[in-house]
Design a binder for this molecule. Sequence first.
Ligand code: NAP
Length: 409
Amino acid sequence: MASAKLQGEYITFKNGEYRIPDQPIIGALAGDGIGPDIWSATRMVLDAAVAKAYAGRRAICWQPLAAGEAAFAETGSYLPDETLAAIRKQLIAIKGPLSTPIGGGIRSLNVALRHYFDLYACIRPVRYYDGVPNPMKRPGDLDVVIFRENTEDVYAGMEWPAGSVEAEELGAYLREKLKVKLRPGSALGIKPMSPEGSKRLIRMAVQYAIDNKRRVVTMVHKGNIMKFTEGAFCQWGYEMAKAEFPDQVITEEELTNRYQGQLPSGKILLNDRIADAMFQQLLLRPAEYEVLATPNLNGDYLSDACAAQVGGLGIAPGANVGDGIAIFEATHGTAPKYAGLDKVNPGSLILSGKMMLDFMGWKEAGELVEKALQKVILGRQVTYDLARQMDGGEEVSCSAFARLIVKAI
Ligand code: NAP
């Protein structure tokens, strides 16, 4: 591989901007189960795209990092300190899926990584690739990028089992001090949502829209019912946009009253939708939406629903991003029954790699990856998951699929 001879240089982040050297050191966590298969396929494709786009002037110096079951067998830790320290220094990493250790107090290695690095935005672009089997009449109408808040909401890990001391004590406090009605023996969970956590997520979504010439940012919430958490999420979003993007962002009210419903060029529309209505909107009028900013739980549901809509659950890319640090990842799990069989679809990790190249500003290479993947899908030589749903699809292995993409590049 080209990068074996590379020295590599660290990426830096200063004043809100990454500086990407021509031979950046990037952490690679192959992951568990099918992780090693899809990672070697992905690496082959990304190296080929970078080499082709920049005629050898640029190359990625991958640094393998231990995590998951292999790391545990070697070091006794699923997420060794050395790995965390390396990611902290490298700033950008890519990872395959990690299995969730059963028992032993670790909720999930992915959640642990998000919390450790404060990766507060889970970003999922969802678009249709021609030829991918899907359930819709016009799947190409959906082309959205979802920004899901990653650190707060009911996923913050503040919950206690029914009958536990914590639940009983908290229940007593709620009954006595706040006069709420609560059935005896209830399990309890807390849904924290802060102005800071909400604003930084919506800020990132708006900035993404500006940088990528997207025109609509929609906040998706259940503020009609949960007024002080989800309702506030939306209000904080409007406040933030008014204070920080006064020249770029307009609201739906301004669109109607001042601009007669026509979005002026150079402006971004910031609007909001109630979450349940949004599921309908994305099925019935998908072309009206471009960037979505959501609290944690809504975003979790919406990301998978949107990916399914374009037939792309198996090839959906994703990233978890904080300020000055980003981890790009396959969105599916470790599919243990296929581990080591060179069988599964590496598309999710490959497209996460494309996202990473775009994020680094290496858009020419990212475009090569996307176009080549599209070409190979149209050629109907695909992995089992797509082949079994395609008329005339020919099944190829994970590595053969990657080689076809490299050839198309
Ligand atoms: P999963 O690993 O995503 O697998 C479920 C099914 O999805 C597979 O049996 C397979 O379907 C299909 N699939 C997944 N990846 C595929 C690929 N690349 N190509 C083709 N088909 C693919 O979900 P799971 O079995 O619920 O979870 C297994 C482990 O992964 C658990 O330990 C879980 O905690 C972990 N996990 C990790 C992450 C992460 O690291 N981000 C995310 C989710 C789950 P068929 O059987 O129909 O072929």
